[in-house]
Design a protein around this ligand. Structure first.
Ligand SMILES: *[C@@H]1O[C@H](CO)[C@@H](O)[C@H](O)[C@H]1NC(C)=O
Ligand SMILES: *[C@@H]1O[C@H](CO)[C@@H](O)[C@H](O)[C@H]1NC(C)=O
Ligand SMILES: *[C@@H]1O[C@H](CO)[C@@H](O)[C@H](O)[C@H]1NC(C)=O
Ligand SMILES: *[C@@H]1O[C@H](CO)[C@@H](O)[C@H](O)[C@H]1NC(C)=O
Length: 919
């Protein structure tokens, strides 16, 4: 602009003079130069001629030009005239020369002005283009808003519980209770957040006979549970712990019944109550069988089929680790898949089926008839034959060496102590579990105990008897972790087990470990799971996962930042809208109610399980392509409006299969202000950048006089509690986009590289997408893992010093991943990037994605961080091997390709443009 106006003003002020001046001076100048030429060339010749004819002068030039030495010659009149002329001419000449120089400089100045003008016209054009962009973007957003044409969703009409009377009809018998006739939904609105009231068992006399360990474990987990409320009036469900009772002082069933019925919120029939009976032992008598529990749900680990109400009662796992947490590091590795014994079984049948059946029958009015065939004899014979054949190494024992554990009459009692049983299971590929011969027993805690011991140490459970209801079978797909085989197939079992491939076995073992760890391993997980089951049944979403509240450090900004010098040379392509795009946060919590409906099974059968509600996950389904044009999806920015294109169309739109979005840069920094300022400055003008979150990892606050660059997007400096590399992955509430670009404070990335990485990540939202690749190598002499950064044709990690990942993984890293890993990172002040790669590969079973040919990202002159000494590498070897122990296997996977943009290195006709110039 400025050059242009300057010229216009100048022109008006001088009335056009500069141009005329220049024109007339030029003519004069030409004339004078001509004269000068004549004089300079011809005069000496003439003079020389005269002089040489008159006198034998030695140096004519000297005499003529040197006035003194030429005095005598000038006496010749003619010559004198010429001399005079010459002097006056040379005088004028000098003046003209000065004039000429003056004019020349004026010309130069004017030329500069013209250049400036041209530039400002260019700029103005750019401004115009940007404005047009803003307008079209705004129009687009407006249209989308109109198209949706939906008023903001308001909360549903709140269900209100009736007064204490429940006026829905009672089923004929409590045994017909299902949710629809025994559960009062009005206490549990969808948006209520599932408040749970837990009775304090000390207030009831049977509370005194509760097993103290179970009671203690239960109470401590209740204290920390987020759903538990003190306010009984708003509660959705009411929980009472009734077991397990201790033997000597067990109250009579009628007493228990009476006490239950006098619970303060029992409300005549106990609707919305859950009676929990956690057992720690394999022995079971099933008290609740004979007492009236009204409309209350029952959660325990032993059920008879007449007692169990599917979809209403809950089969829970026995509480093995009542107080102590299991030590996850002691769990045997998942590989090798084949262990010493193909399968093993130890147990003893105390009573015969027939005698015990009679006992069971006396409980019930009338059985359907045919007593179930007793397969146990056939099972024993077949398994013994396998053992004797020595085809495979198996271990089966049908009598215990010591006194068998007490059990239900028809059940195979456990032998030995828990530790001994685990030792055997550690040596077994499969663990046989023979369900009780009494098929009216839906599940027994003895059976469940075998199941969980097997899962704990990675023996794949083989359950003989398909009639059992395994814990939480409504939501857990047990087939993914256990083989469930009908007893009549006993003779085929050996063949079947041998036929399964190692790949499948390891997948089952891994899934078993996930189920055990997530749902059964601790009292917290058992209690949370019981609540989650009910919550899922009545379709209430989990509580949202915690966000880390960012405490901001105020800072002064103002220094104008330059643009990335590397970017000057991307041809005529820019990389996307910069100032034209308004800030845009990713939408949150769009799938609250999908997780308890369509997504139930994924949610329950894949890590991290159903306990958290995430604002967004990388696994949302994508729309078919036409949806964005036919009105079923908004927010899309198709390339060329859908017509496709390269160059300009490509740069103007994000394209792809997901709606528009932006990303957040998260930068961890520690007392390197200058390096940090430079890095921040380089982010100036980065398209699709939503915000920069600087994680200030030092107790020392930044210098007060530090002037932070103004880069057009907010820079939020976040205070941390302690210096920890784990802070890099905290899910700060300030991060408002799904995409996080994690970069080191000294990382040097070009804008086009970042843009390309972002576009790739949008298509691989569940992966780490980034630049520097590393891999895990096998240390042959030590038979363990090594961290390796050498050039190689494979990689398995992408360092998070320059990588995109989904915010979802920040939640998982901080709140779901085992604490032992974060502790290791803090201990070594190293390895957080390896831990993140382990986590993502563990969740997805996919390797990361490396983009572009860039191999390092450090700035050339920056002070070298600690990454290059030996101890750094040594620690990283240790981390890898430790993490493998925590996960039980090596989650990392190799990949042999990297990603470049589609038209990179493609020969194009001259009228076509590439996507990026260099990548
Ligand atoms: C709780 O269940 C166990 C077995 O699962 C059983 O032995 C015990 O009697 C039950 N307690 C009550 C109060 O029902
Ligand atoms: C159940 O209660 C009835 C009487 O109410 C009694 O005869 C029966 O023995 C009880 N059964 C059990 C297993 O407690
Ligand atoms: C989904 O859950 C989040 C977090 O609890 C809440 O803020 C949001 O309003 C919910 N959305 C709907 C549609 O209920
Ligand atoms: C990397 O390669 C060099 C030589 O090519 C080798 O000496 C070094 O041991 C390798 N480093 C690792 C960690 O394998």
């Amino acid at each position: 602009m400025t050059g242009y106006t300057m010229l216009r003003n100048g022109g008006v002020g001088n009335g056009g003079q500069p141009w005329m001046l220049r024109w007339s001076s030029r003519i004069r100048l030409t004339w004078l130069s001509f004269t000068l030429f004549i004089i300079l060339v011809f005069f000496p010749l003439i003079a020389h001629y005269y002089l040489t004819t008159i006198d034998d002068a030695d140096d004519a030039g000297k005499r003529i030009f040197g006035p003194r030495t030429g005095n005598e010659l000038c006496e010749v009149k003619h010559v004198q005239d010429l001399c005079r002329i010459r002097e006056s001419v040379s005088e004028e000449l000098l003046q003209l020369e000065a004039k000429r120089q003056e004019l020349n400089s004026e010309i130069a100045k004017l030329n500069l002005k013209i250049e400036a003008c041209k530039k400002s016209i260019e700029n103005a054009k750019q401004d115009l283009l940007q404005l047009k962009n803003v307008i079209s973007q705004t129009e687009h957003s407006y249209k989308e808003l109109m198209a949706q044409n939906q008023p903001k969703l308001s909360l549903p009409i709140r269900l209100l519980p009736d007064k204490d009377e429940t006026n829905f009809p009672l089923p004929k018998s409590n045994r017909n209770c299902r949710l629809h006739n025994c559960f009062d939904y009005s206490r549990c609105p969808l948006t209520s957040g599932f408040p749970v009231y837990v009775y304090n068992s000390d207030q009831f006399s049977f509370g005194n006979s509760l097993d103290p360990l179970i009671k203690q474990a239960f109470e401590s987990t209740v204290r920390t549970n987020v759903y538990v409320t003190e306010n009984a009036n708003i509660a959705c469900i009411y929980i009472i712990l009734v077991g397990e009772m201790q033997e000597p002082v067990t109250p009579k069933p009628t007493e228990i019944e009476q006490q239950l019925h006098t619970l303060p919120y029992w409300r005549t029939d106990g609707h919305n109550h859950l009676i929990i009976n956690l057992s720690r032992k394999s022995e079971t008598q099933n008290f609740l069988y004979n007492i009236s529990t009204g409309r209350a749900m029952i959660a325990q680990s032993t059920f008879y089929d007449v007692q169990y109400r599917p979809g209403f009662d809950i089969v829970v796992s026995p509480l093995v680790h009542a107080m102590s947490e299991p030590n996850f590091l002691e769990i045997p590795p998942q590989v090798p898949v084949k262990r010493k014994y193909l399968f093993s079984f130890q147990g003893e049948k105390v009573e015969s089926l027939r005698s015990s059946l009679q006992e069971v029958r006396s409980f019930e009015e009338e059985m359907e008839g045919n007593a179930p065939a007793d397969y146990d004899d056939r099972i024993i014979a077949t398994l013994k034959a396998v053992q004797d054949s020595k085809l495979d190494f198996v271990l089966v024992e049908f009598t215990c060496k010591n006194q068998p554990k007490p059990s239900l009459p028809t059940e195979w009692a456990l032998c030995g102590e828990r530790e001994d049983r685990l030792e055997l299971l550690k040596l077994s590929t499969f663990a046989l579990i023979i369900t009780p011969g009494d098929t009216h027993l839906v599940i027994s805690s003895g059976c469940a105990m075998r199941l969980f011991e097997a899962l704990e140490v990675g023996a794949i459970p083989v359950i003989l008897g398909e009639q059992v209801h395994l814990p939480y079978h409504n939501v857990i797909r047990w087939n993914e972790a256990a083989l469930i085989i009908p007893k009549p197939r006993i003779t085929e079992v050996h063949f079947l087990l041998r036929s399964i491939s190692d790949n499948d076995l390891l997948a089952m073992r891994r899934q078993g470990r996930f189920l055990w760890e997530t749902y059964f391993s601790t009292s917290d997980s058992v209690f949370s799971t019981v609540l989650a089951i009910i919550r899922t049944r009545i379709q209430i979403p989990a509580v949202p996962i915690r966000e880390e509240t960012a405490v901001e450090i105020p800072h002064r900004s103002g220094k104008a930042a330059g643009t990335d010098p590397n970017m000057a040379d991307n041809g005529d392509l820019d990389l996307g809208p910069v100032e034209t795009e308004p800030p845009y946060s990713s939408p949150k919590y769009l799938r609250n109610f999908t997780l308890t409906a369509m997504d139930i099974y994924r949610n329950w059968n894949a890590a991290p399980g159903p306990f958290h509600l995430f604002p967004h996950t990388p696994f949302d389904p994508v729309l078919p392509s036409e949806a964005k044009f036919l009105g079923s999806g908004t927010g899309f920015r198709p390339i060329g409006g859908g017509a496709g294109g390269s160059g300009k169309e490509f740069q103007a739109a994000l394209g792809g299969n997901v709606p528009r979005e932006q990303f957040t840069v998260v930068m961890l920094t520690y007392e390197r202000e200058e390096v940090l300022m430079n890095s921040l400055e380089r982010l100036n003008g980065l398209p699709y950048l939503n915000k920069v979150v600087v994680v200030w990892n030092s107790p020392k606050l930044p210098s007060e006089d530090l002037l932070w660059p103004d880069i057009g997007v907010p820079i939020v400096v976040v205070r941390t509690e302690k210096n920890s590399l784990n802070n890099r992955f905290l899910p700060w509430d300030e991060i408002e986009t799904e995409a996080i670009l994690s970069i080191d404070d000294d990382a040097h990335l070009r804008h086009d590289e970042i843009m390309f990485g972002f576009r790739v990540w949008r298509e691989a939202r569940d992966r780490i997408v980034g630049f520097p690749g590393r891999y895990h190598a096998w240390d042959i002499p030590h038979q363990s893992w090594l961290y390796n950064s050498n050039y190689s044709c494979e990689l398995s990690m992408v360092l998070t010093g320059a990588a995109f990942f989904h915010k979802y993984y920040a939640y998982l890293y901080s709140y779901v991943m085992p604490q032992a890993i974060r502790d290791m990172v803090d201990e070594y002040i190293n390895c957080e990037d390896i831990a993140m790669n382990f986590l993502v590969s563990h969740i997805t079973r996919k390797p990361p994605i490396k983009v572009t040919s860039r191999w390092t990202f450090r700035c050339p002159g920056c002070p070298q961080a600690l990454s290059h000494d030996d101890s750094h590498f040594h620690e990283r070897h240790k981390c890898i091997n430790f993490f493998v122990k925590v996960y039980g296997y090596m989650p990392l996977l190799y990949t042999q390709f990297r990603v470049d943009s589609v038209l990179f290195k493609t020969r194009l006709p001259h009228d076509k443009t590439k996507c990026f110039k260099f990548i």
